[in-house]
Design a protein. Structure first.
Length: 735
């Protein structure tokens, strides 16, 4: 056990080191990108902010987040939002100190919002942002990063816009372009040759070497002071201020803070919180898939929020769970969240050791790194959506998000994307049919086994019943389809049965439509019947209680509800048979000669047969036999009804059939002695004739003609039952 702990510690240490090497160059580049719009003297402060962000996020988010192997560091969405805000503040005339304070407050507010997200449980919801929205905003962020870095790549003066820089080649500094090109080329091709060293490190080192190689030909490049091509002196003492002053100096402008300006920071802070949360949880989902684990999204958001609070408080850049650094961390042997703590601590150590070197990092090299990162963020796989007509609209959502991200803002892009995704979802729901099957009462029957006279009535009059099996969601988008489906039957059918087994949800618009349908049926004294109303649909809705709450199933209305479709069909069938005034004295005990299978037999024959039979009585709910029982009797019903049920568990069973007065059951064990295959329950007080196979065989030796007639009578009834079952199966198949 001790060895395993040592192995894990070593793996976490190497994973943290590798992750730091990936995250640190990007963090420095992100920090410079955010602070550069405030003036050249702030570029070095941005580099420190990136390093402090790696340190604080690694230590705090790693300690409180709890997702094993996750690496949190400054990221592209944070750079996109914060740099755009820095440009806006500069254009509005804010001083450098005031702008830095505003950026700090945005980071703090972002952290607070993320903690709130996790506290109230929004982590689960953020994960369900539609893929086209996520794809669009990631592509938008990537393009924003590329657009913001092109001027730095070309070496044009600060504040030069993207199009201005492209259209003014005279402003380009070829040394910066050369350094940036070398960085991009090495970073893009390095993974083909080695994965031992992160591509960002190789690209950065190559850019620095290219810069010093150019410095051999132009000595002016080897001077730090006034050199716009490099980050420049860091505030580590000497010419600059102390390191502690660099952290605390941003709070000096707090005395001049206008609280009216804080309100304008809420939107960018909320934007940042949402984007960083999505970025983190997206990385966690990928990590779960790779490691077969499961993260706690709400706890992770709290940890991320605390990390961004700590990072912003000490002057660092906000961040999120980084996909690239996390995968490097995992592949380097990391097992626990200690790897994130090591990554944060090692970033600070690297800064203290390599502080002087950081001053010589070329701006164009950092721009090249970010251009490659931005290019890789662009979802090129989404172009495959153009190949199919069914996915073109999904591609349109991605394009819309990207366009809005570039022209308005990322938060507006997310809002537009979600709105469009909702519209696409509704469109798909509307296009899907809510009708799974349709049948009529003269082709589909209940499981109540009927006598031939009753079946003749149902075949003749059963078409007054229409059965609709519905599916999917009944909501405002499908109410018209629901009415169109039912309308042809509303004027001709006396019973409309809606089987709701497969309905996923119902809203008030659909209920209102059903009320209108019920009203139309009531005018003709017709019934609207619901069967199998779900008590717990996927949304958690209890449809039975909901229908009762909105008044759809009031007792004074001509509306009926049943637990199963079979119960609804049986209720309708009983009404139709009763309307024909068929002679059915249910309470009178039948004599043997009155039972259907023995009609027309001689009295002497009946007397001989009855002498071999037992007479039994059962109370309602009493079990006649159970599955697995031994028995060879056939049961003939003199009065009452018997339900045959196939038990599925201790509390559940499948209803196979119901037999009524003058019918029989148990014939399988009578014809082929074997254990009972189902349960038989008396649904009402029931009286039976019972004939065992043993006594029947004895009788058959003396009355062969009687025995043959009985077997043929049973076979005839079974054949009729099979014929009706086949007809019903054909009707179901054709519906």
């Amino acid at each position: 056990m001790k060895i395993a702990k040592t192995d894990n510690l070593a793996g976490d240490l190497w994973g943290g080191l590798a992750a730091m090497l990936v995250a640190l160059p990007s963090a420095i580049a992100f920090g410079v990108t955010i602070f550069a719009p405030l003036g050249g003297t702030y570029a070095a402060q941005g580099a420190i902010a990136g390093i402090l962000g790696v340190t604080a996020l690694g230590l705090i988010a790693g300690a409180f987040g709890g997702t094993n192997r996750l690496i949190t560091a400054p990221c592209a969405p944070a750079a996109a939002v914060m740099s755009a805000l820095a440009v806006q503040l500069f254009q509005n005339g804010a001083s450098g100190e005031s702008a830095v304070l505003m950026l700090t407050l945005v980071g703090l507010m972002c952290g607070v919002i993320q903690v709130a997200f996790g506290t109230v449980g929004l982590g689960r919801l953020i994960k369900y942002v539609p893929y086209p929205v996520v794809s669009g905003y990631l592509s938008g962020v990537g393009l924003i990063i590329i657009v913001s870095q092109v001027p730095k790549f070309l070496g044009v003066p600060t504040q030069t816009q993207f199009w201005q820089s492209l259209l003014a080649p005279a402003l380009w500094q070829w040394q910066g372009v050369a350094v940036g090109a070398v960085t991009v080329a090495v970073m893009a091709t390095a993974p083909r040759f080695t994965k031992a060293v992160p591509a960002a490190i190789l690209g950065l080192v190559s850019g620095v070497l290219a810069y010093f190689a150019l410095g051999l030909a132009d000595p002016a490049l080897l001077a730090l002071k006034g050199n716009a091509l490099v980050i420049g002196p860091l505030p580590m003492g000497g010419e600059g201020v102390g390191f502690g002053d660099a952290i605390s100096g941003r709070w000096k402008a707090a005395g001049n803070l206008n609280f009216g300006e804080i309100g304008r920071l809420v939107v960018p802070a909320a934007t940042l919180a949402v984007l960083l949360s999505i970025d983190t949880l997206k990385t966690c989902v990928v990590l779960d898939a790779l490691t077969r684990s499961r993260h706690d999204s709400n706890r992770e958001l709290i940890g991320q929020g605390l990390g961004n609070l700590a990072s912003s408080f000490i002057g660092g850049v906000p961040g999120a769970g980084q996909m690239g650094a996390t995968l490097v961390n995992m592949s380097s042997g990391a097992q626990t969240r200690l790897s994130g703590l090591f990554e944060g601590a090692l970033a600070l150590v690297a800064f203290l050791i390599l502080g002087t070197f950081i001053a010589w990092i070329p701006i164009a090299a950092l721009a090249g790194i970010l251009i490659v990162i931005g290019f890789r963020m662009f979802d090129r796989d989404s172009l495959h959506l153009l190949k199919s007509r069914t996915t073109i609209l999904d591609f349109a959502v991605i394009v819309a998000v990207v366009v809005v991200a570039l022209t308005v803002s990322l938060i507006a892009a997310s809002g537009v994307g979600i709105a469009l995704a909702i519209m696409l979802f509704i469109r798909e729901q509307i296009r899907g049919s809510i009708l799974r099957g349709r049948a009529y009462g003269n082709h589909r029957f209940s499981k109540r086994v009927r006598l031939p006279a009753e079946m003749a009535i149902l075949e003749k009059r059963g078409d007054v019943t229409a059965i609709f099996e519905l599916q999917g969601s009944l909501f405002f988008g499908t109410t018209d389809q629901l009415y169109t489906t039912l309308e042809p039957e509303l004027k001709t059918r006396s019973y409309i049965i809606l089987d709701m087994r497969r309905v996923q949800s119902v809203d008030l618009s659909a209920v209102h439509m059903l009320e209108q349908i019920q009203g139309m049926l009531a005018e003709r004294n017709a019934f609207l019947i619901f069967s199998a109303l779900p008590e717990n649909v996927p949304s958690g809705q209890d449809m039975r209680k909901y229908f009762d709450a909105v008044g759809l199933v009031k007792t004074e209305r001509r509306v009926q509800t049943f637990d199963e479709l079979d119960d609804a069909l049986e209720w309708v069938e009983e009404r139709l048979i009763d309307e024909e005034h068929l002679e059915r004295t249910r309470e009178t005990l039948l004599e043997l000669r009155d039972i259907e299978v023995f009609h027309g037999r001689k009295e002497t024959t009946m007397a001989a047969l009855e002498s071999c039979m037992d007479k039994r009585s059962y109370k309602a709910g009493e079990k006649i036999f159970a599955r697995g029982d031994a028995g060879d009797e056939i049961f003939l019903i003199r009065r009452g009804a018997v339900r045959i049920v196939l038990p599925l568990s201790d509390t559940q069973g499948h209803h196979l059939a119901t037999f009524g007065r003058s019918d029989f059951f148990g014939e399988m064990a009578f014809l082929d002695p074997a254990p009972r295959s189902a349960d038989a329950l008396a649904t009402t007080d029931t009286d039976l004739f019972v004939l065992s196979r043993k006594r029947f065989d004895t009788l058959a030796e003396e009355h062969k003609k009687l025995a043959t007639g009985l077997v043929l009578g049973v076979a005839r009834v079974l054949a009729i039952r099979l014929r009706y079952a086949n007809a019903e199966l054909r009707a179901l198949h054709m519906s």
